[in-house]
Ligand binder design. Structure first.
Ligand code: PMP
Length: 464
């Protein structure tokens, strides 16, 4: 069950370090009227957020208006890869707005051209057509549409199934949600499209058979054969756990898709733009997908998303037949170009890899000490710490309490809700320094040890 954060201030120990400051009860009493206003005007579904009123965010730090300061391990949920309010991104946004050129739907603008061309030039050969959109869900919807269009064209209307993975998340709109693999999130759809099917994700922890034969067997059991499949879509790593598939599995999947004219789609909404220690997440697999969906870290700031891919697939629909009102918004594109150049200029992909090695080494060391950590997944500057009860059952409460304790100690992160729970997700901006990472790891280790001991003591009391 999803827990809610209280907006009633509680006293917490003071913190004062180089990067963190907690000097008021939390949430800061002066921010409560704003939080209450949100509770009054917005729907309850938004109340899963930790009640930190962001007043300023720079680099890897977040400030509230009461002078409290956190190290951010969320990147605003994987958006600010180049860092919060990167000066070049801020400047690009200001310049673009000062030009009095902030929207141009139905007509071209130069900022859109500049970003599309630069992004395209960095993508692998043969995967260089791009379509700019606004949200990750929208990009996934578009990829699904292209898969179906391609399937019908190459194999007739029976070639329409979109295969995806259990526990996957691709967004909350009708198609993206059906491609997702979390049944509870799909109950509202009622009439599920039979042209979507899921198979277990080969994470090696919850699905121990990571062979490609198992993929084929699972499809076969659902009465699906290659001639029915239009596309296979997967998150490059699963957002709910940060798990990657084995490289050999992905290479077999790539071959199978090619052999049967099935489009392979990597949803890079979380994984792209340096997050995993490579520029694009799919590089870890040594494959090139037919289509990719992008979002979040694409701009380190304003809403922008994209689909990229093979020219013959991207060009299936004629001029005017695919559009979106905010497609290629000039301010968003200017921000995205500045962010991309900053990632390249500042070697943030390499920093993500190096800091990621440090992060994963420390987390694995913690896992060997705490039986409550079932596994640590991820690469580069994304990690998922799976909290478990004895066995492999996810311990959502432990994960939640660790996140809350860290928030009280000046470190922000989140636990993805609705994914079976139990994962603490760690994804700082890619420009985090070693010193700040060390400081935040010490906080995390301390918070985890405290909360795990409290849970253990409670369980012992309950067992008596
Ligand atoms: N795909 C993935 C892998 C995601 O993580 C998300 C968002 N968490 C989406 C798609 C949907 O993106 P958006 O929220 O921008 O619609």
């Amino acid at each position: 069950m999803a827990k809610e954060f209280s907006i009633t201030p509680v006293s917490v120990p003071r913190v004062e370090t180089k990067y963190r400051r907690i000097q008021t009860p939390l949430p800061a009493p002066e921010t409560v009227p704003v939080l209450e206003s949100l509770h009054r005007s917005e729907l309850r579904a938004m109340q899963g957020q930790p009640p930190v009123l962001w007043d300023r965010a720079e680099g890897f730090q977040v400030y509230d208006p009461a002078g409290n300061r956190w190290i951010d391990w969320s990147s605003g949920v994987l958006i600010t890869n180049a860092g919060h309010s990167h000066p070049d991104v801020v400047e690009a946004i200001l310049n673009q707005t000062q030009k009095r050129m902030i929207a141009s739907y139905m007509f071209p603008n130069a900022a859109r051209a500049a970003f599309a061309e630069r992004f395209s030039s960095l993508l692998p050969e043969g995967h260089r057509k791009v379509f700019l959109l606004s949200t990750g869900s929208e990009a996934v919807e578009c990829a699904i549409k292209l898969c179906r269009t391609h399937g019908i064209k190459t194999g007739g209307r029976a070639k329409n199934v979109i295969v995806s993975y259990e526990k996957a998340f691709h967004g909350r709109t009708l198609g993206a949600q059906q491609a997702g693999g979390i049944p509870a999130l799909k109950e509202w759809i009622v009439n599920l499209d039979p042209g979507f099917a899921q198979v277990p994700f080969p994470d090696g922890f919850r699905t121990t058979d990571t062979s490609f034969d198992f993929f084929l067997k699972c499809l076969d059991e659902q009465g699906i054969g290659a001639p029915n499949v239009a596309g296979v879509i997967l998150e490059t790593y699963q957002g709910g756990s940060a798990a990657f598939a084995p490289k050999e599995y992905m290479q077999s999947l790539r071959e199978w898709c090619t052999a049967h004219k099935i489009l392979l789609v990597c949803d890079e909404v979380q994984a792209g733009f340096g997050r995993t220690g490579t520029m694009w997440g799919f590089e870890h697999y040594g494959i090139v997908p037919d289509l990719t969906s992008w979002g979040k870290g694409i701009s380190s700031s304003l809403p922008l998303a994209a689909v990229a891919g093979r020219e013959d697939v991207m060009d299936l629909h004629p001029p005017g037949s695919m559009s979106s009102t905010h497609s290629g918004n000039p301010v968003c594109c200017a921000a995205a170009l500045a962010s991309l150049e900053a990632i390249l200029k500042e070697n943030l992909v390499e920093n993500s890899r190096r800091m990621g090695n440090l992060l994963h080494e420390r987390l694995n060391r913690m896992a060997s000490k705490h039986p409550q950590i079932g596994c640590v997944a991820g690469k580069g500057l994304v990690a998922g710490v799976s909290c478990v009860k004895p066995g492999k059952e996810p311990d959502g409460e432990l994960a939640w309490d660790v996140v809350e304790r860290c928030y009280h100690k000046g470190l922000l992160m989140f636990s993805p809700v609705g994914f079976g729970g139990g994962t603490v997700k760690i994804c700082p901006p890619l420009m985090i320094t070693e010193e700040a990472l060390e400081e935040s790891l010490a906080v995390f280790e301390e918070a985890f040890a405290e909360v795990a001991a409290e849970h253990e003591a409670r369980q012992e009391t309950a067992a008596r």
